[in-house]
Design a protein around this ligand. Sequence first.
Ligand SMILES: Cc1cc2nc3c(=O)[nH]c(=O)nc-3n(C[C@H](O)[C@H](O)[C@H](O)COP(=O)(O)O)c2cc1C
Length: 324
Amino acid sequence: MKIFGICCGRKNGNTDLMMVEALKGVKSIDPDAEVGFVNLQDAEIKSCMGCETCMKKHIAGDYEFRCVHGVNQDHFHFIEMQLRAADGIIVSAPAYNLLPPGILIRFLNKMHASGNYRLITQSVEACKISACFSIGGTDWTDYTPNVLRMIAMELSGTYDGVVDSVHFDFLNAFQTVMLSADVMERMHMLGENVAKAVIYKKETGKNADYAGTEGICSYCHSNLLRVDPDGSVYCPQCNVKGTVEVRDGKLFVHFSEEALKESRWAPYGQNLHMENIAKGHEKAARGIETIQKNYSENYKDQLSEYRISFPELKKTAEEKDSHE
Ligand SMILES: Cc1cc2nc3c(=O)[nH]c(=O)nc-3n(C[C@H](O)[C@H](O)[C@H](O)COP(=O)(O)O)c2cc1C
């Protein structure tokens, strides 16, 4: 089997070390497993510019097209190839401002330019196995594990492939995780869970049960809630409405199986999303004359007038040394 890891924290930092322990866990189940990880801090990933060329090409059936940046202009394509070759994927992140680091999100945004990767992995049968782990320097980490699980799902193809997920707070100093044997044991177990799930899928064609930290949503395992102005409560990851009950001062939220089938990540939600995208483009096509007239009369000149240009960067020799 082939297991591919993605890190995005400090080079040789806590999450890198935890990844190594998880990959050792994989090897303890399958000594012949091919394992390896990248740290996105070592990679060059150009930001998605939102040009939508890849999406338009995909809608037209051209899955060979990748990104207007070109496949050799950054390391995205290399990582895409690693993902394609992998049976299992482990993605990790430290909390940066309560979220996973921007570099991981930048990578995620480029997944739109991964050819037919999504198309071929987006089913219970064909999805890849994945797991994720995250840490925080303190406990200012609420969004991090939730967003990271969503990223693991994107790399798997569906939440059915996400077999493990765990988060640890209060690990801040460089390599401090080596003082926490329990964390490293859990990492080892995460790797074992991924390897066992890959073997199970190969033998049975089924995805292993989720063995990670439970949330309040049984579909995405998120522990977040959205309360709408009318008092309705939703899982904000899945956009699924729940029913609430307060017992002994504690809030209990229930998402019915029926409601969860309409998760934005389930086939129903994915189709609805695609329909809504198509509707948006159709609306723009119908209104193209209004858009062009309004643009030239009210915005074209004002955009040039109001936009502030960036000065050209002149890096000193010292700055070049410390950043390259
Ligand atoms: C830019 C930046 C923002 C951070 N924001 C948070 C945060 O919001 N919450 C938190 O608990 N830790 C935060 N941290 C601390 C890191 O999560 C912590 O140091 C972690 O151990 C880094 O993992 P690494 O060693 O794998 O890089 C932040 C660190 C940096 C560099």
